[in-house]
Every structure is written in C-alpha cells, then in structure tokens.
Design a protein around this ligand. Structure first.
Ligand code: PEP
Ligand code: MN
Length: 446
C-alpha cells in the first residue's frame, strides 16, 4: 500500500511535532475535558460539510466565489446577539454585491462560531519588566495581563464549544428565519451607497436595483431567496479540541471534524510532516492551508500530497497571504507548480496577514489601500495565468471600529485609539468591508 493510502486514524497526529500548543499545568484536567467534549453532540452535521465540499468544488472551477470573513479572534466577551447579527449582516451584504459582480453564487463562510485559538509569534509577552505567557485565544487563556488570566485552562475549551454552539444556533435561526432575505440585504446596501463617502458605488448599486426589478417582473419567487446557506470555519489550532470533536459519520463511516464545516491550518503550523497537517489529513471536511511569501513549490506540493493526495474536487483550499508588495512575484511560481501537478484546489486571497504594520502610536494596524492592492495583485496574477481567483478571506467586524487605516472614512493614525477593540489583529469595520466587496465585485465583472 502506498503511504498516501494508509488508513488514517483520528490520533495519527499524536507522534508528530506540534507547534503553538498551550502548556497546560494539569494534564489530568486536560484529559477530563477532552473526554467530556468527546461525549457531546457534534456542532455540524456531515451532510452539511459535504454540501460545502460541493460548493468549494464549484469555486475551484470558477462557478462560485468564496467569501470567508470574521474576527481575527472571537472572544467570549463579544459573543453577543448584536455582534453575531452585525457580522452576519456585513457578510450577507458583501455576498449580495459579490454575487452580482461574479454572476455566480457566493459561498458564505464565517470565521465564526469557533475562532477562539490563536497562534502567536512569541510564547511570552513582557510589559513593564513583567513577563507572562502570551494570550492564545479565549479557548486557551484570558486576555488580561495578569498571571492568573494567562495560565492555560482546559475548561475554556468547553466554554468555546458551548459558545460556538450558541453562535451557530443563532446563525442558523437568522439565515433560515428570514433575516437573510435578499430584498432586505439589498436595501441595506442602498443605505450604504447613499452615504456621500461611497458615492462611487452608487451606479453599481443602481444596476443591482434594476436587476432586482427585472427579477420581480420576470416572476422570480423572492420568498425562495429568504434563506441562505452559511458555513462556519476556524483555524484548527488546538489539537486536543479538534481531535475531541472528530467523529465517525454513521452513514459513511468517514471521519469528520464536527467543530466546524471548514477548518484551516495557519501559516505557522503548516509543516507537511507535522501534527496539524496529520490531523486534518484524517478528516473529510474541506480544509484550507494558509501560505505566506516564503512558501516553496515543493512545500506546497507536499501539502497537497498529504491533504489531497487523490486530487478530490472541493477538498483543498490554498489561502495565500503574501503581502501586497510580493504577491505579484511569488504567487505565479506556486500557481505554475500546482498547474503542472494537475490536482485541483481553490485559490483564496487573504489580503490581511501579509500587510500588518505597527503605527507610530504602537497600534498594530493595516492600510486599506495596501489590502486592496494585494487583492488586485491576486486577480492580476490569476487573470494573467488563466487560473481561477476563487475567493477572498478577510478579518472583519460588523461594528464601526477604528482598527484599519484609510477607506472612504479616511481613518487616520490619531483615530485608531477611538475604537480599537480587537484582541489580536486589526479588522475591517462594517463600511470598509462593504467597500472591499464593491471593489472586488467590480474586479469580478472584469
Ligand atoms: C489568522 O488568520 O488570524 C492568522 C494567524 O493567519 P496566518 O496563519 O495566515 O498568519
Ligand atoms: Mn489574524
């Protein structure tokens, strides 16, 4: 038997190097929590996960466009109905515009309902001469800079599970119960373009308006457009949590990570022989892998060997986060290698993580124009090579935060302090998110 065909087991990651894992002080408590999680109901159903795979296969071919968005790190504190609703509203508004621009369905995937664990560039953080463990996300430890808060606590995985479950429940209620009605979503977008700061998008919104009137005149059943499919995703960083949420589907006998529909592996944990890749190699979910500017074609092909050895459609998404300055140089090399290999994958642009800067006031931020430049570079490269730009992956919130510089409201360095609320990376606010959607929709229209 070929090594790639060897049977996968849920625990095949355990003997591999595992980066970015918490050091829990109490191994027995960790084992208790993992056992508890294992006994709890799954958060998603394998049938839904399979539907997402089919949608991702469409995106691979250019017959759909993927929109992934949400917080860098969700927090327990902000796990409120209002926050969930505003984020969902923002993503639905973006999706409506992109659907029109792409003339294809948009696959809507939240970085929501489980995005509670974060990789960090350093294991410790020092402030005023005091050194403590770094904050690793609410499913690991607390954000306050105190020794008590920063101790990793396995109990937090149970909280994360419950919060993910209630978030998913509310998302399902909204998207099945009428909140996602296309007519309503379109009227929110009309409200956005009525703002003089976004006047340049008004004619685009008018076009959509005409298309909606045409649909109505032609007898389209708008009531059928009151419900949408919305999927959940997060970085599969905490191996114990993801392992405990992995279940065998009673219908097919296949393993699924039931903590979310889609999981991705971060740039810091994507070693092809390492634990995170082994964990996701063993499940049937669609999986993503983030790749930065230093990724070699050999590394990428090795990731494909492990994560999609048989080249199944809709299985693998490569999320590129190259930085605006480098994407035009480094992306073509990877695309050429994948093309020569022949196994399919979906290319998605993350224009956030290669473009993080520190403002002179100390805030970690990003420039709206740089983010747009990376998206533009992504489209240019794919257009030039004749490959499919399959989607975008962005960090956003539905609120009026001031974390990313620029955009139609011209947020400047002084204003960052006004509403800088993220626990880790700076997010596009509601308006900036819609601006990106309109810009990308225009690119998709060509
Ligand atoms: C993230 O998505 O928040 C993240 C840490 O990204 P990356 O792994 O690409 O650095
Ligand atoms: Mn981030």
């Amino acid at each position: 038997m070929n090594e790639l065909d060897a049977p996968r087991t849920p625990a095949s990651w355990r003997d591999r190097p595992a980066a970015q894992q918490p050091s829990y002080p109490d191994a027995d408590r960790l084992a208790e929590v993992a056992a508890d999680l294992r006994s709890r109901p799954p958060l998603v159903f394998a049938g839904e996960v399979d539907s997402l795979r089919q949608q991702m296969a469409k995106a691979e071919r250019g017959d759909a466009f993927v929109l992934m968005g949400g917080d860098c790190a969700e927090s327990f504190r902000d796990n409120t109905a209002t926050n969930i609703r505003l984020k969902l509203q923002t993503i639905l508004q973006m999706a409506a515009v992109l659907t029109y621009g792409a003339s294809t369905p948009v696959v809507k995937i939240g970085r929501m309902a489980g995005q509670y664990a974060k990789p960090r560039s350093a294991d410790t953080e020092t402030r005023d001469g005091i050194t403590l463990p770094s904050y690793r996300g609410d499913s690991v430890n607390g954000h306050p800079f105190t020794p008590e808060a920063r101790v990793p606590d396995p109990q937090r995985m149970l909280d994360a599970y419950l919060r993910a479950g209630t978030t998913l429940n509310l998302i399902r209620s909204f998207t099945m119960g009428g909140y996602a009605d296309l007519r309503e979503v379109h009227s929110w977008n009309r409200g956005f373009t009525a703002n003089p700061a976004y006047k340049r998008f008004e004619s685009f919104a008018e076009e959509i308006d005409r298309a909606m009137r045409f649909m109505a005149a032609a007898g389209v059943d708008f009531d059928a457009l009151r419900q949408v499919d919305f999927y959940a995703s997060h970085e599969a960083l905490l191996l114990e949590y993801e392992d405990a949420m992995t279940r065998e589907d009673s219908r097919s006998g296949r393993l699924y990570d039931t903590s979310a529909h889609m999981l991705w592996i971060g740039e810091r944990t994507r070693g092809a022989e390492d634990a995170h890749v082994a964990l996701l190699a063993g499940v049937h979910n669609p999986v993503g892998v983030k790749v930065g500017p230093t990724t070699t074609p050999e590394e990428l092909l090795s990731l494909i060997d492990h994560l999609n050895p048989h080249g199944e459609a809709g299985r693998l998404t490569v999320i590129t986060r190259m930085g605006a300055e480098r994407i035009r140089d480094v992306l073509p090399v990877l695309i050429e290698a994948v093309r020569a290999d022949g196994r399919p994958l979906t290319w998605v642009a993350d224009p956030m993580h290669g473009n993080t800067i520190t403002a002179e006031t100390g805030y970690k931020t990003r420039e709206f124009d740089t983010i747009m430049d990376e998206v533009r570079g992504f489209f240019e490269v794919h257009r030039c090579l004749g490959t499919v730009p399959g989607g975008i992956h962005v960090e956003l919130t539905g609120d009026d935060v001031t974390e990313v510089l620029g955009g139609g409201e011209h947020i400047d360095v002084e204003r960052l302090a006004e509403r800088y609320e993220t626990l880790v990376d700076p997010r596009l606010n509601h308006q900036q998110s819609l601006e990106i959607a309109f810009e990308v929709a225009e690119m998709l229209r060509g």
